[in-house]
Every structure is written in C-alpha cells, then in structure tokens.
Design a protein around this ligand. Structure first.
Ligand SMILES: Nc1ncnc2c1ncn2[C@@H]1O[C@H](COP(=O)(O)OP(=O)(O)OP(=O)(O)O)[C@@H](O)[C@H]1O
Ligand SMILES: [Mg+2]
Length: 251
C-alpha cells in the first residue's frame, strides 16, 4: 500500500500554569492508503493531540505533517473527524439534514437532489434508512455515532479520523459498530486512523497498530496486524498479539 500521510519529527507542547508541557516528542510515522491504522496508548499520552494535528485543528511546534505532497496547515475536506462525544449532531436537524448540511455548506453535489442522494447512500451504509426524519434526542448512542460516521463519509474524505468513536457505547453496540465500520471500510476503501484505549478493538479493526508511550507522548512500536478477517478474540494468535500490545502499554 502506498503511503499517503507522513509525519516528520513532530513535537507539540502546551503552555500551562507551571510552564511548558511537552505532549508529543519527535513523532515520526506514516499512514498507508486504504489501511485502518489504530493508535493505542495510555490516557494523556497525546493521542487526541496527535489526531488534532492531523486534522489541522492546531499546528506543531516543530516538524510537519504531509498529506500527499501538501503540508497540513489547516482543516480540510480531505480529513474528517468523528469524536467520542454522543452529542456531535445538530440537535435541531433531522438525521438526513445532519448529513446533507455539510454537503450544502461545502458545495458538494450539484443540486439539492444530488445531495439528498449522497446522504441517503451513506445513511443506508450505516443502516439508518428508516430514521431519516428522527431528531437526535430520539436516537440511541449507537445510532448517533452511525449518523456521525455517515456524515463524515458523505464528504468523501481521503482520511477518516476517529477519536475513540465507540468509547461511550455498551459492549454489544460497540461490537456491532466495529463490524459495521469494517464493512464500510471494505466498501469505501477509505483510509482510517482510529484512536482507542481498547487493545481488543485495535486488534479487531487494524491493519497496523501504533503503540504510544507517555510523558512526553512518543511512538513505542508500530505493529503489523496480519491476522485473517473475520477476527476472533478467542483465537490463539489474537491473544498473542494482545499480549504483545499489552506488555508495551504503560498504565
Ligand atoms: N489545549 C491544551 N492545553 C494544555 N494542555 C493540554 C491541551 N490539550 C491537551 N493537553 C494535555 O496534553 C496531554 C495529552 O492530552 P490528549 O488529550 O492528547 O491525551 P489522550 O492520549 O488523547 O488521552 P485520553 O486517552 O484520556 O483521551 C494531557 O496531559 C493533556 O492534559
Ligand atoms: Mg483523547
């Protein structure tokens, strides 16, 4: 797989009361076109900070991130983020309107009709075709996240950034959404960078796993995950990989 994103010697610190807090230190990594890259690491190691840098929400102190040939300096339609927060939908808009809205704002699609078609296509992909007219207060947490995923994908980004998107869901809903994400990834071939605390989730989803350490955040190891799909947590090879990642994780 060709590399589409490159992070070169990236460091990031924040000003805090007691001075400067170095959060990311000398990060070097690449992302391959069409892969699911999972990033795991202990709380506070800088996973969300790293994702924000890739999204272009904030810039680095040193180093750079390149998507294709271009350095990332601001947010762009080629990178879209799905967050953990179950309240990331517009509560005054219906499910369908939530997906159509960013298309309209960003002038994607040539007509209202085309935008509706795009939105409906992605809402079918997340199996919400029967809920177009629902407002978010009537949706379960899993349904809200499915809308957020459809809304992100409808823009047709090169990279889907996901910051613990299933972290607030119960285990059964989480499993359903993990399987749904794999189906969608197969259909769309979108590149996914997926942050999670959960080692099992990382092994289920990923082509590669980046294990981060903390204080300051750094990359400890990049692991290829070549387990055949569908993956099963009770398989011996699954537990071997689990142990490898677990042993690298600082708590
Ligand atoms: N805007 C900010 N100002 C000051 N400190 C910040 C800011 N954003 C993040 N930090 C600090 O940077 C460190 C890394 O935070 P970050 O949210 O990236 O970690 P994380 O790995 O995503 O953690 P979690 O797994 O709990 O979500 C933490 O110590 C956090 O307090
Ligand atoms: Mg985080």
């Amino acid at each position: 797989m060709k590399e589409i994103l490159e992070i070169n010697n990236l460091s990031k610190s924040f000003e805090i009361e007691s001075g400067k807090l170095l959060v990311l230190d000398g990060i070097n990594m690449t992302v391959k076109n069409g892969e699911i890259l999972c990033i795991v690491g202990p709380s506070g190691c800088g996973k969300s900070t790293l994702l924000s840098q890739i999204a272009g929400f904030d810039g680095p102190d040193t180093g750079y991130i390149k998507l294709g040939k271009n350095k990332i300096s601001k947010p762009g339609l080629n990178r879209v983020m799905v967050f953990q927060d179950l309240n990331q939908l517009f509560p005054w808009k219906t499910v369908l309107e939530n997906v159509v809205f960013p298309l309209k704002v960003n002038k994607i699609g040539n007509s209202k009709h085309e935008r509706l078609e795009i939105a409906q296509r992605y809402l079918s992909m997340v199996k919400l075709e029967d809920f177009y007219n629902y407002y978010s207060h009537k949706l379960s947490g899993g349904m809200k996240q499915r809308v957020a995923i459809a809304r992100a994908l409808a823009i047709n980004p090169e990279i889907l950034l996901m910051d613990e998107p299933f972290g607030s869901l119960d285990i059964q809903t989480r499993t359903n959404l993990q399987n749904m994400l794999i189906d969608i990834w197969r259909k769309t071939k979108v590149t996914v960078i997926f942050v999670t605390h959960d080692i099992q989730e990382a092994i289920l989803l990923s082509n590669r796993i980046i294990v981060m350490g903390k204080s300051p955040g750094n990359i400890k190891k990049v692991i290829n995950n070549e387990l055949p799909r569908p993956r099963n947590i009770i398989d011996g090879e699954f537990s071997m990989l689990y142990k490898e990642v677990y042993n690298l994780m600082e708590v």
